[in-house]
Design a protein around this ligand. Sequence first.
Ligand SMILES: CC(C)(COP(=O)(O)OP(=O)(O)OC[C@H]1O[C@@H](n2cnc3c(N)ncnc32)[C@H](O)[C@@H]1OP(=O)(O)O)[C@@H](O)C(=O)NCCC(=O)NCCS
Length: 143
Amino acid sequence: VNTGPPPSPIRLATPDTFGRVLGLWLAADADPTVTDTIDSLGCLHATDPEALLIAEENGDVIGTLIAAWNGWRGSLYRLAVHPRRRRQGVATCLVREGERRLRDRGALRIDAIIADDDPAAEGFWNANGYARQQGRSRFVRNL
Ligand SMILES: CC(C)(COP(=O)(O)OP(=O)(O)OC[C@H]1O[C@@H](n2cnc3c(N)ncnc32)[C@H](O)[C@@H]1OP(=O)(O)O)[C@@H](O)C(=O)NCCC(=O)NCCS
């Protein structure tokens, strides 16, 4: 795992970056979700302006992570890195920064949702100290 200095600056997203965030998710081929909209990003930002982290390079958003704190657990969503910037430690830096922020806010346990059949994501999370939880499944309902 890359433990060197941050390969690109990481900061909190502001509303002017939301279009570029959505563009990155398309470019990164991140699994689409119902909340991939400017409105949903605005709602997240209004609810918790500290949740969405971005890595930037020359004005482009090249990486994202939502590190959400609900007062009980920390949850990581929408980790994505632009294809031309992969395997350079960008995602690792985003996760380390998200973990640091969640720890500071009181989180004792952090989870991330990973598709069953995604070796890249599984390789990444395993390399970063996360293990697949046995005996639990997520139940979801779209409202
Ligand atoms: C998964 C993803 C975020 C990784 O981003 P990244 O910036 O390339 O990751 P890092 O460079 O920080 O990788 C750190 C370590 O994770 C592991 N890893 C990363 N990508 C991997 C891959 N494709 N296969 C296996 N292991 C991988 C490696 O151990 C790597 O260290 P190394 O490069 O020294 O071998 C990126 O591939 C991506 O955006 N994928 C599409 C979206 C996605 O799947 N997001 C995760 C949803 S849960």
